[in-house]
Design a protein around this ligand. Sequence first.
Ligand SMILES: [Zn+2]
Ligand SMILES: [Zn+2]
Length: 404
Amino acid sequence: MPAPSRIFVNGAAILPDRIIEDAAVLCTSGRIRAVGTRKKIKAPKDAQIIDAKGGLIGPGYIDIHVHGAEGADYMDGSTDAVRTANRAHAARGTTSIFPTTTTGSRAQVFAMLTACKQVRDGWRLGDGARIAGVHFYGPYFAEAKVGCHLKSGRRDPDPREYNKDFDLGIIGIATCAAELRGAEAFYRAAKKRCYLVTCGHSNATWTEMAAAFKAGMRHVDHFWCAMSSVSSVRDLYGTPMQGSMEQFVLAEPEMSTEVIADGQHLAPELLAFAYKLKGAARLCLCTDSNRAVGMPPGKYRFGPKADGEWFVSDGQKAFQPGAGLASSIVGMDTMVRNMARLARIPIPDAVRMGSLTPAERAGIAKEVGSLDVGKRADVLVLSRDLKLKRVFIGGEEFRHSPRQ
Ligand SMILES: [Zn+2]
Ligand SMILES: [Zn+2]
């Protein structure tokens, strides 16, 4: 039988706006019951003590954009692949996850959604990160901005297709490129069914972004990657130069975005710039990671294992020779740590961008995202420099044994 209560002690607790030194976090029946200085918190006699060994006690991370890990891509479409990736990400600090679709056939997208729903509904601790919803990401990308995704798997939004997907009740975040025919209708339909509606893999102009915003779009996927700039819009429409996705996100306070802080996609000054202009409440960290996480260097497929595009992992980054990066190969623990170290961002803000901010944007902040009383006891034990030591989901410790 699990201990009725656990108390995390001998560490500093990371709250969204501050750090409490010599803290205690008390969890009972899978929920956070008290957070404060140790002196103030009375634990039941039989509470199990979790020693943070002078390190940090933080909330579990939340990844809103992630494709796979340890050999599995969610688009493989099996419950086995979904569980493999979820376990690998839990071992890297992610406790709530939004498995993300790529471009692919109708059948491939539907199989992925169904597999995620099955894993979500039958979740057990050994399955790893809990699915909070699916990020319906591909296939509605602009042809010129498909990036590492399979081009033949992209298409314009079709209500006969996406309404069926929404009906499954698993999609929490939905992406579409704003310039596609039918994009506004997609955004309006998505707004009714999902919490966060986003524009990505797009060459949209300011005008297209403004129309999308009116239809409910509030977020842009992986800032500066596979999105428009003033010069990409000028190349299409000439002068006078127009605003792009970049300016729209920076100018509109309600818009949020996300960065891939793996140190490969964006230099530290861009990470710091995005934080400075959007702030910790509108900037999320995501991994955007693929099946090469935790795998040896080699050749892998991005998206479905049957026909996804090939890429190479050299152990540091994933790329398509001659074409550029193909998502990342690290977990949220690395992203949060990089944000604090490379971009010199205070720890509470770096952690917030990997936990409470994505939770708020995806509409799950009442349940998870911070060490607040009443929330699920998703708790990480970290070193002072944010190296992950232990992972607790719903108050129970998750232990990972990679399959390889
Ligand atoms: Zn992408
Ligand atoms: Zn991606």
